[in-house]
Design a protein around this ligand. Structure first.
Ligand code: ZN
Ligand code: ZN
Length: 152
């Protein structure tokens, strides 16, 4: 597992903008690298490297998993791509956009993305009590959603 890159996001609204951003920084857009970007922008949901390499159930050609990982790493270093984890699952990759933090329900597995400002109150409290600056962009807060909490 690689550490997440916490540098500034290089948000590209679509595939064309992402390819231009790569070229503008002197990166070659190989067909393998383009395929990773096409999958991420085409899927509309966060993807594991395994799913990208598998070609998204026939939508894209199958690629080499190690090469998918290398390309994801490069794209993440550039700030074009971000990843996070859901519980025990593998890293899930998505085009970098507005920064989101996540809440995951352990019971129904609902994932809720929230604006970081919504967690600033909790972050401040944790920092005051424990001196720890919490981030929920890489691993979500895990607990019970209101519906599951209500039925417990
Ligand atoms: Zn990770
Ligand atoms: Zn739930």
């Amino acid at each position: 597992m690689t550490a997440p890159h916490t540098g500034p996001a290089l948000a590209a609204p679509n595939l064309g903008a992402a390819v231009s951003a790569l070229r503008a920084r002197g990166f070659r857009v190989s067909s393998a690298r383009r395929l990773v970007l096409e999958s991420l922008y085409g899927a509309g949901e966060p993807l594991s490297a395994e799913r990208i390499a598998g070609g998204l159930e026939g939508r894209f050609p199958v690629s080499d998993l190690a090469s998918v990982y290398r390309n994801l790493e490069t794209l993440e270093e550039l700030g074009l791509v971000r990843h996070f984890h859901l519980g025990h699952g593998p890293g899930l990759y998505a085009p970098a956009g507005e920064e989101k933090e996540y809440l995951l329900c352990e019971s129904c597995h609902e994932l809720r993305a929230v604006d970081p400002s919504e967690l600033d109150g909790a972050r401040t409290l944790i920092q005051e009590e424990l001196g720890f600056r919490a981030r929920f962009t890489h691993f979500p807060i895990v607990g019970l959603c209101p519906a599951c909490e209500g039925s417990a």
